[in-house]
Design a protein around this ligand. Structure first.
Ligand code: G6P
Length: 214
């Protein structure tokens, strides 16, 4: 979701950066790349590790609350117009072709974001950060999604902008389309620079197949 359907990845980045700076920890885009797709708690642990800080559980809890408060402030203004180019028409095409769509996100705010974008009705299954125990690169989020869709991983395509997400898709035996730069997503089966031209015909072309069906 974050970074594929909507550009909330930048809001996660800004909120984590603000938190890191409040702890005098340097936090750059390079650091942030390693947090994409990673759960809130695991992200905080990584940041503390980079800063060499050891904190008790209560303090960590408070910091996560603070980061989430700042993130929620950033997304209060989210509207359907914030969907990334190409996503809505792709969803419409997939629905028209009878192809099921699932959401696999590490975010505990996923349902809130989907409702702000008014796209909940496109999804046949939603698995978010409240439903999983293991964060990407573990494939749990996609495996649960595929189960809900009753689709075998080998018959399911994952779209991911995060390195951890591509790794999760591959570990679960899914096909993976990386959305973004080959520098980050090099292991994906196919890489698209963005969702802008996403379509069934582009998928067929990318995977070298005649047909993609339910
Ligand atoms: C997504 C984002 C991550 C974020 C994680 C948890 O996977 O890519 O940057 O940390 O969700 O989000 P949450 O909204 O639960 O804090």
């Amino acid at each position: 979701m974050d970074g594929v359907i909507v550009d909330t990845a930048k809001h996660h980045f800004l909120a984590w950066q603000r938190l890191a700076e409040s702890l005098s920890i340097t936090f750059t885009e390079h650091h942030n790349e390693q947090l994409k797709g990673v759960s809130r708690v695991d992200s905080l642990e990584k940041i503390l590790q980079w800063g060499g800080l050891v904190l008790d559980n209560q303090r960590k809890h408070d910091l996560m609350e603070l980061k989430n408060k700042w993130y929620l402030e950033c997304i209060t203004e989210l509207t359907p117009k914030d969907m990334l180019p190409g996503v809505l028409s792709f969803f419409q095409e997939l629905k028209g072709a009878g192809i099921a769509i699932g959401l696999g996100s590490s975010s505990k705010n996923a349902n809130l974001v989907l409702s702000r974008l008014k796209i909940e009705s496109f999804f046949d299954a939603v698995v978010d950060g409240n439903m999983i125990h293991m964060s990407k690169p573990h494939p749990e989020v996609f495996i649960r999604g595929a189960q809900l869709l009753q689709s075998a991983p080998a018959n399911t395509i994952v779209f991911e902008d995060a390195q951890s997400g591509v790794e999760a898709a591959l570990a679960g035996g899914f096909h993976a389309v990386g959305i973004g730069s080959p520098d980050v997503l090099g292991n994906a089966h196919v890489i698209w620079p963005s969702m802008e031209k996403a379509s069934l015909s582009m998928l067929k072309e990318s995977f070298g197949v005649e047909e993609i069906t339910v």
